[in-house]
Design a protein. Structure first.
Length: 216
């Protein structure tokens, strides 16, 4: 399998981890410039009124020249408490929320200086939940990865409307509000874990149905 290049992500979507488990060599880009309105500092969950975007604020003055590894978190408002309350409200009735909540809550209490470090610690915790080896390597320069690496930094993105990953076919699972909204695909990995628990790995594995052989 080709190596895979991903952007950092805040409680990344199902697509991120579906790809992650299928590629033995994975790189996380730390030298790109910050890109607004992406999964780098936001995730999407489902609540009683539909989709909810949870956005992690970053310090004012952010701009296109700020490297993602140098981007600081902003604590001007208590977004951690607000987001945790939103997550609890959305998933308190899900089958596995109580199973994971104690290990997740510190991310909404403890303060981190940099977004990238925050995301990587979250990623480590998600790998532990999935009983998956945390084999992600950090890029050493902008796109300094082996030749033939699949660049999915902008493929797995809410902005991507023109270059879909044709091999990603999300497996349907029961969500808290399925009866109200039907199945909502590719939400944050939190949604899958809270609803499916130990079965999450199998769902991720089955969501990539054919491996891409060309560089995107």
């Amino acid at each position: 399998m080709e190596p895979l290049l991903l952007s950092t992500a805040y409680f990344a979507p199902v697509h991120f981890y579906a790809r992650y488990i299928h590629h033995p060599e994975v790189y996380i880009e730390q030298f790109e410039h910050f890109n607004k309105q992406t999964f780098r500092n936001r995730c999407v969950i489902s609540g009683g009124n539909g989709l909810i975007s949870l956005v992690v604020p970053v310090v004012k003055g952010r701009g296109p020249k700020v490297l993602i590894k140098d981007l600081r978190l902003s604590y001007d408002m208590n977004w951690q408490r607000n987001q945790w309350q939103t997550i609890v409200s959305a998933y308190n009735s899900s089958p596995y929320f109580e199973y994971y909540q104690d290990e997740l809550k510190p991310f909404f209490v403890n303060k981190f200086e940099f977004l990238f470090d925050f995301n990587m610690q979250i990623h480590k915790t998600i790998c532990d939940f999935l009983e998956l080896e945390n084999r992600a390597k950090l890029s050493t320069n902008f796109e300094a990865v082996p030749e033939g690496t699949l660049n999915f930094r902008d493929i797995i993105s809410p902005k991507n409307k023109t270059k879909p990953d044709i091999d990603f076919k999300p497996v349907v699972y029961t969500q808290v509000f399925t009866e109200k909204f039907g199945f909502l695909p590719n939400l944050s990995i939190l949604d899958l874990l809270f609803n499916e628990g130990p079965n999450a790995y199998t769902i991720l594995e089955d969501s990539i149905q054919k491996q891409t052989k060309r560089e995107l």
